[in-house]
Design a binder for this molecule. Sequence first.
Ligand code: IMP
Ligand code: MG
Length: 175
Amino acid sequence: MNEKIHVLISEEEIEKRICEMGKEISESYHGEPVHLVSVLKGGVFFTCELAKRLSIPVSIDFMSVSSYGNDTKSSGVVKIVKDLDDVVEGKNVLVVEDIVDSGRTLSYLLENLKSRKPKSLRLCTLLDKPERRVTDVHVDYTGFAIPDEFVVGYGLDYMQHYRNLPYVGVVELDA
Ligand code: IMP
Ligand code: MG
């Protein structure tokens, strides 16, 4: 790989912010259990770190939806690649995502989950690119709002690479 990666958000900054988010989220559920719906694959890294910072009872399930092919542009097509194992009816569902970009994936996912009658449904994302939004999505908890740049690391990939970077970086594609 010839791409160069520039650090945008350091490992320390991310850890500090996730601690704050864990506290905020725990307080807002007032001791009630929360059912994390982690969006594969990118959301997994953030989900694990966040889950460790929650002081309320936590259960976790996974779902995989695709909206992107192996490039940096949205195809606009969303489909469920892997569905949840457990029912969400009556549960406080918190969807945990790596990034909200156009909002297409999340708006589809949230509508889908809403129809399964959870007790509550909220969205938490590590990163948000508000400038890129084409579909309105209400984000309840945001780690960092970032500019319109293609980022990798902390779960996010470029052609399936770099998910394991412990920081968030910007890819210089022409390097
Ligand atoms: P959306 O449907 O456009 O909001 O796209 C959401 C999905 O696109 C995310 O879950 C990511 O998998 C992917 N994505 C969006 N922006 C980036 C980026 O900057 N880097 C890597 N993946 C991204
Ligand atoms: Mg994702």
